[in-house]
Write a protein that binds this ligand. Structure first.
Ligand code: HH2
Length: 269
């Protein structure tokens, strides 16, 4: 694996928190994704259901109509990037894999539809298993942990074991602490401080901090002006063991990570 990989975000949703509504048209979404790959994305993550705090679920038919044309369009271009489908739904994942996706990013880590694990196994796809406390509609209502890092780590270890038991090769699994998913500002910061404990599980860690509200809390910036804060979190995350970075702003993050990777030396080396 390269020292790091960037997963570019392609939201085909009218209501995503940072880019909702802009890519509603499939052709525009494909074009946007192509640009992200040119900027250095190794994966493009196509999503048709917002998971921002308070978001309402999207019916399966609607999600299919949003994402399948985009995955088909991207597959037809034959870009040097893997296509990821950001969904918790079995039917959407199956249609996207049929259309050319090779990676499933499930923010419920196969808890919403456990059969999704078997599908990923059968297709030999890669996957990202993410931690979320509760569900998007209510997850930011007073989230509590004994110790956020230990709790998230134990969850990810259990979901990794479930994925392997379903037949997914361990080498194909990425793990994600789920920044902002049922977490206060302090929970997010503690996860970033101690990300090494999550990386110690032994699978590549995905970090999804891009433009999130905790960066707004720290910088006082609106969602469109959080790129510098996002780069800072990625560079610090890299130093602490994250290897895949799910971001909207690929070019600046790639530059930050190129510098971080060139100067990085593991502790004790
Ligand atoms: N964050 C979002 C969505 N999917 N997947 C992973 N693995 N990790 C994340 O941190 C993550 C994710 C939320 O961001 P975004 O897609 O920009 O917004 P929305 O859910 O409103 O579409």
């Amino acid at each position: 694996m390269a020292p790091f990989e960037i997963m570019g975000v392609v939201n085909v949703t009218p209501d995503s928190f940072s880019d909702g509504g802009r890519l509603a048209d499939a052709a525009a979404a494909v074009e946007h994704a192509r640009g992200l790959v040119e900027e250095g994305a190794a994966l493009v993550d196509v999503g048709g259901e917002s998971t921002r705090p308070g978001a309402a679920p999207v019916p399966v038919e609607e999600e299919l109509q949003r994402v399948v044309p985009v995955v088909e369009g991207l597959a037809a271009l034959g870009l040097p990037a893997r296509i990821s489908i950001d969904t918790m739904k079995l039917e959407v994942a199956r249609a996207a894999l049929d259309a050319g996706a090779t990676y499933v990013n499930d923010v419920t880590a196969f808890r919403h539809e456990p059969e999704l694990a078997g599908l990923v196994a059968d297709r030999g796809a890669g996957c990202c298993l993410m931690h979320m406390l509760g569900e998007p509609r209510t997850m930011q209502e007073d989230p509590r942990y004994d110790d956020v890092v230990s709790d998230v780590k134990a969850f990810l270890e259990e979901r990794l074991a479930a994925a392997v038991a379903a037949g997914i090769a361990e080498e194909r699994v990425h793990l994600d602490p789920g920044i902002g998913f049922g977490k206060t500002l302090e929970h997010n910061l503690e996860l970033l401080r101690r990300l090494g404990e999550i990386a110690a599980i032994g699978r590549p860690v995905v970090l999804g901090t891009s433009r999130k509200s905790f960066i707004g809390r720290l910088t006082g910036r609106d969602v469109d002006a959080r790129v510098h804060g996002t780069v800072a979190t990625c560079v610090l995350g890299y130093e602490r063991g994250a290897r895949v970075f799910r971001v909207h702003d690929v070019a600046p993050v790639r530059d930050g990570l190129a510098v971080a990777a060139a100067t990085f030396r593991p502790h004790g080396a």
